[in-house]
Design a binder for this molecule. Structure first.
Ligand SMILES: [Zn+2]
Length: 345
């Protein structure tokens, strides 16, 4: 009887399997007849002016819609944010953060100096509190030199110089948002929420970018090193360049470990666009390497910027990343690539 049941269930499974196969074939047939979908695919993004919280994996979430993506790591020690979005969105970011955890905000790490990454620093840092160095009833004096009633802002030291200003001059952001916990070596390490957090200096579109690896959650938050919505902005005046980009993308690939069939594994929170994995970073690295090599060759041949633009060194990627209008066009990207290579050639 058992054997008969087994045999019957095998038949059923086989039928189910063949049914599924037929359905899949049908869907593929329909897809073949349909006109090719435009790139990029339409994604369900939050409405303009609204934010959305998405789980990434482990202790890490992401808040999207407030400018650059904001990474949130939360646990018993409190909350760490990577970037803070636009200043105008701080109220919504704080409300979204509290849906993830009601523990105190302890750290903000900044990946880059642009307004859509650091705009919320002051308002958001002000709601937090650093982890006290000493007991609250310590009688010998204040708790160190730091203001304990705000979150600590961690960034590569060059960012401090760009965001802050001496007395009497107007800084890029209010003082409460300035980095107060800077580093000038290759990486800074913290243990937070029982997780090793490695903040690595990886210059890309400026000389002061960082990426943040959450080692236990297996998530890396990379700021503008990965922009899946367009060609990356390169601020050549701020020390950014395509050579640094390619180098830092290669270093990012070193710490992203794919799971089965090269999918999943370490997840990568891009500065802009969807959550990515190893394969997506490799594709992006290849694109940046190919564009760098083409433009480098054209410079070696003595071609002018106008000639390089006319030769369209990005042409096979334009459908995916290019833009003819807006704040960062393909033309501007090619020009930044040319200028940054010209400086080092
Ligand atoms: Zn950005």
């Amino acid at each position: 009887m058992t054997r008969l049941l087994t045999a019957l269930s095998c038949v059923c499974l086989a039928l189910l399997a063949s049914g599924e196969f037929a359905a899949t074939q049908g869907a593929q047939g329909a897809a073949r007849q349909a006109p090719q979908a435009a790139w990029p695919p339409v994604l369900a993004a939050p409405a303009a002016g609204e934010v959305q919280v998405l789980p990434v994996q482990g202790n890490v979430h992401v808040i999207v819609g407030a400018g650059a993506n904001i990474t949130v790591q939360a646990g018993d020690d409190g909350i760490m944010l990577v970037d803070t979005g636009l200043a105008s969105m701080s109220g919504k970011v704080l409300a979204a953060m509290k849906t993830i955890s009601t523990r105190p905000l302890r750290y903000i790490v900044n990946t880059t100096e642009f307004d859509d990454h650091v705009g919320g620093n002051a308002a958001i840092a002000d709601t937090g509190e650093i982890i006290p160095f000493r007991e609250a009833n310590y009688t010998a004096g204040p708790q160190g030199a730091l203001d304990v009633t705000k979150a600590s802002v961690v960034a590569y030291y060059t960012m401090f110089h760009r965001l802050a200003a001496p007395t009497g001059k107007t800084p890029r952001i209010p003082e409460a948002g300035w980095p107060d916990n800077t580093f000038s070596i290759e990486q800074k390490r913290l243990s937070f929420n029982n997780e090793p957090v490695v903040i690595m200096h990886r210059p890309s579109n400026t000389d002061g970018n960082s990426i943040v690896l959450f080692r236990k959650s297996d998530v890396v938050s990379v700021g503008d090193l990965l922009d899946l919505t367009r060609y990356p902005v390169i601020d050549t005046a701020g020390g950014g360049g395509i050579a640094a980009f390619v180098e830092s993308l290669n270093r990012l690939i070193d710490v992203t470990v794919p799971a089965a069939h090269a999918a999943g594994g370490t997840l990568v929170v891009a500065g802009h666009g969807r959550i990515a994995d190893h394969a997506e970073v490799v594709y992006y690295r290849d694109m940046m390497t190919i564009v760098r090599d083409r433009v480098q060759d054209m410079i070696k041949k003595g071609m002018t910027l106008a000639q390089v633009k006319a030769a369209r060194p990005t042409r096979d990627y334009d459908k995916r990343y290019g833009a003819a209008t807006g704040s960062w066009t393909t033309d501007m990207f090619v020009e930044a690539v040319y200028q940054s290579l010209k400086e080092i050639s």
